[in-house]
Design a protein around this ligand. Structure first.
Ligand code: HEM
Length: 186
């Protein structure tokens, strides 16, 4: 994966848990790279290795680490580094979600050799939408939940994100229901 992803995991750990924990995670994952270069591609195994080591060093589950990373990616890494790109994709959260299927096409103009995920929307309503996520990379659905949650926070729109289909339980792909407004009022 792109160096920016690994660098973002480093920032997440360093800011929230300290530099010592990051060094412990890198050592446990057997990673000798001193600093990740944003525009360089690294083997996916390195990213999975970092996540696995983070669960052990921080005492968190895989989904907790992936969800935290997804939120951090949107609210910290993408928002600080690519805020204009991010916000130009929609004036509101529903607009952004509608645009998400096209979003990485624009990201690909900045990042060479991108192997982006694919998103599709269905069942659009004024207060909910279904998001379909496709990727050849396994096990990353909790990242998507975290990213969708980050997008909701970015737009200051209270939302509920529920995964409704699971690829790792045999479904064709992962599916998420995103609800806001009247659909979450009790
Ligand atoms: C400015 C904002 C964003 C930028 C610059 C960006 C960029 C990237 C980059 C560089 C990768 C690595 C792909 C690779 O190395 O081949 C990636 C992966 C990914 N992105 Fe984005 N992204 C952004 C926003 C989002 C948002 C808002 C979502 C979903 C809500 C999202 C979902 C994902 C997922 C799930 C992956 C993991 C790869 C996979 O599933 O195969 N991204 N993105």
């Amino acid at each position: 994966m792109h160096g920016m992803i690994n660098k973002s995991i480093e920032d997440l750990v360093t800011i929230n848990f300290g530099a010592d924990k990051w060094e412990a995670i890198k050592a446990k994952a057997g990673i000798k790279v001193e600093a990740f270069v944003s525009n360089e591609s690294y083997p996916d195994e390195m990213t999975y290795g970092l996540v696995g080591a983070a669960t052990e060093v921080l005492g968190l589950s895989v989904s907790q680490v992936l969800f935290a990373f997804g939120e951090f990616w949107v609210l910290h890494t993408a928002n600080k580094g690519y805020g204009d790109l991010l916000k130009s994709a929609g004036r509101t959260m529903p607009e952004f979600l509608d645009y998400l299927p096209l979003f990485h096409t624009r990201v690909a103009l900045i990042f060479p050799n991108l192997k982006p995920p694919r998103f599709e929307c269905s069942d659009r309503h004024p207060d909910r939408i279904t998001m379909h996520y496709f990727s050849p990379r396994p096990g990353l659905s909790a990242v998507v939940s975290g990213m969708l949650s980050g997008v909701a926070k970015l737009y200051e729109t209270p939302a509920e994100i529920t995964q409704t289909q699971f690829k790792d339980k045999g479904a064709d792909h992962d599916e998420f229901l995103v609800c806001w407004g009247d659909s979450i009022k009790k």
